[in-house]
Write a protein that binds this ligand. Sequence first.
Ligand code: GLA
Length: 398
Amino acid sequence: MVSTVSPRLAALSELPYADLLVTAPGRVNLIGEHVDYNQGVVMPVAINKRVWLALKSIPEPLLKISTCNLEESVEISLDDLDAKIDVNGNPLPLWSLYPAAVAWVLRAQAYPLKGIQAVIASDLPMRAGLSSSAAIECAFALAFQNMNGWGMERMQMAQLCQQAENHYIGVDCGLMDQFAVLHGVARYALYFDTRTLEWQPIPMPLDTVLVIANTGKKRELARSAYNQRQQECRQAVLELGKHDPNIHALRDISLPEFSQYSALIDPLLAKRARHVIEEIDRVQQAAISLMEDDSTHLGALMKAGHYSLRDLYEVSTPELDFLVETAYTLQGCVGARLTGAGFGGCTVNLVLKSRVQSFCEQLKESYKKKFSIELETYLCQADRGAYVEKNEETVNSH
Ligand code: GLA
């Protein structure tokens, strides 16, 4: 059952004597797709669709977690995280692998962890490419930190959550999602260099709204072509490295240099590498466009980015392509492209505030005509990253 009350209240009403409330946002990526695992630059935005956790400590060494949205619950022994089973020996449901993964990675690094009871509620669509998994991971990491009294920098926390996803869940993701979830700034996009870990917030254009359009096609990231794309990038680096030993990542190669070597490597790998190298250049240009409030150029870069994901990286779908093509025919559209890994999920649209209603209506109408699917659109703003709220009522009643 999807709750009609806010996820914050839903979580709290399931666990009225919670000690803590933690919330973490989802994210969209304005531009810079499939470059974070190539040490490139990205430009995500944390959004005001969030996961909420209500938590309290328990004496047993267990994670007792339930979810309001799915109405499921699970009990996991903190001493048996490797096995990915619940206390009754059943395989863990997918959603519960994320908290287990974070606990597992923290334990592996000798961070003390006490047992918890937790309730998850969310208005962030799951498996739609909006980083619900990173939001759950980061929310639990913050919660564990708070409840166990140790501290760590947010960047380190993002990296730990990424490791949890890489090694426990088996998705070779980059750092972008966990970074954005933990570093979001209200009203700002985040220009993030995944090599140096430096980042800079850049104001979103004042007169625009982020419209996220959900194709309704769920993604199966872990088992999809995502890991294969990573492998192809690694292979491209190996091949390019034969011509220039200074190439250790696709980030290391400039566009003119790539033009010299591209014909010498496997054509499929050359396509993948060209996307990454050109996309990194587009992100750098997009950052300047945003700072100069040049929406026309930003929109053109977003469009070029989408075509590259469609034609060179081959991670788009007919639904995503249709939504992007249609968006650019509508009044008020500044830019549109698929966001996240692709293979389904959502498009991100930057739309003039004054036109947002007609934009959404027309996009929905066209989508329904073409695919007979009701399109969900979410009007979003850039929002702050994950944070903790002490539950005053509980604190006061002790
Ligand atoms: C997923 C991954 C990110 C990133 C994007 C594609 O969201 O989790 O690390 O690679 O895909 O840009």
